[in-house]
Write a new protein. Sequence first.
Length: 139
Amino acid sequence: MKKEIKFTLIFLAIFLILISLIFIFPFNIKEPVSYPDNYVTQVIDGDTFKINTGEIIRLLCVDTPEISKKGYEEAKEFLESLILDKEVTLNSSITDKDHYGRLLRYVYINNTFVNKEVLNQEFGSLYVIPPEECKEVIS
């Protein structure tokens, strides 16, 4: 009988200690974060990035230096500063995808027209692939 009481008291003591620890050190249980489909998860280069859905987006009417070319890092860093880890608005045009399967889009963040901003800041050059006319970027 004394053995059962001793076991019960030990169990009760451990239980009370665990309960008190919960109040002293509350567990930080965080809800999983849900991102919109057009949330930028990776910038590949100065004119290409990936969104939350896994799709790769290429800026319409813009060409920036490729890796190992002069200006590549600067163009990539500029695009990252504009859109990385942010939600963007994607607008399509005449051509939906390029021959690599990337979505071709005009990209906006807040009131900034990203395609035009890359050109205005001279991180890239105008790149017109017919039937596109790129009037939006030129004006």
